[in-house]
Design a binder for this molecule. Sequence first.
Ligand code: 13P
Ligand code: SF4
Length: 305
Amino acid sequence: MNISEIQNKILELKKEKDVCILAHSYQAREICEIADFTGDSYKLSVDASKVTNKNILMCGVRFMAETCKILSPDKTVYLAQPSAGCQMADQMDKEMISSVKEMYPDYAVVAYINTTADLKTICDVCVTSSSAVKIVSNMPEKNILFIPDCNLGDYVSRQLPDKNFKLLHGGCPIHACVTAEDVKKAKAQFPNAELLVHPECQPAVVDLADYVGSTSGIMNYAKNSDKKEFIIGTEISIAEHLQYDCPDKKFHILTQKLICPNMKATTLMDVFNCLKGEGGEEIILDEQTITDAKKCIDEMIRLGG
Ligand code: 13P
Ligand code: SF4
């Protein structure tokens, strides 16, 4: 079978089995094409809470499928590729953050959505890269313990100088390995291009950018800009999607280091196999975890809405 034949089979099966497919924008083009909803972490969370189908199939990484289950506990939620984790989400667990909380009892814990469901149970508010500044700014608390991404935390803290931030040493190894030297090389190669970067990049990289924002933020900025050429400082799929959507503009990848192996672990065949009942993993979370983790996700949607 070729790609479009597999895609047609997927479309038939998802209708027959009442499945809604969600795909993060870091997924490959052929997967985004068969999805009901695509977008960044924030948009997918809001979309997941509104799904009317009996089943949800997440094409992304494990914490995204867990978020779907927390928001739609009565639905059957599948992760298309069980090995797709997130290296950042795996860096900090509930035990570690419980002891940090004891050291800073008067700090509200703000958790990037790239955390496990278990860790979310002890956090006050969740944020995504597109909503973090707005949500933290809307919080009444002045003292913020921001976990796990110190680069995103640094970016948010610089926008909100009236708050006190404590940051821990975590982050996305894919975005964090981009250096100012990589930026200088890309700018020398494409001197007319604007640089758009994700706030998971190091401050030294963020400081050189023309625009800093989430996956959707970067895509919207490039689509709506009068400029014709861009260097994209986030996962390489974003440059590919933008090139399809805006054929009259030019999109360059900041560095080939920006490939997330977990986001690339899911294939179209995984989606097909999962729909056939021959692959994927059903996400199972106990009731207490769902109830406790939901509080900080609901708070995210309330403060970010
Ligand atoms: P977004 O919140 O921009 O979708 O980012 C998710 C992610 O995993 C970034 O690495
Ligand atoms: Fe996690 Fe980084 Fe991959 Fe995003 S790009 S899923 S933060 S490892």
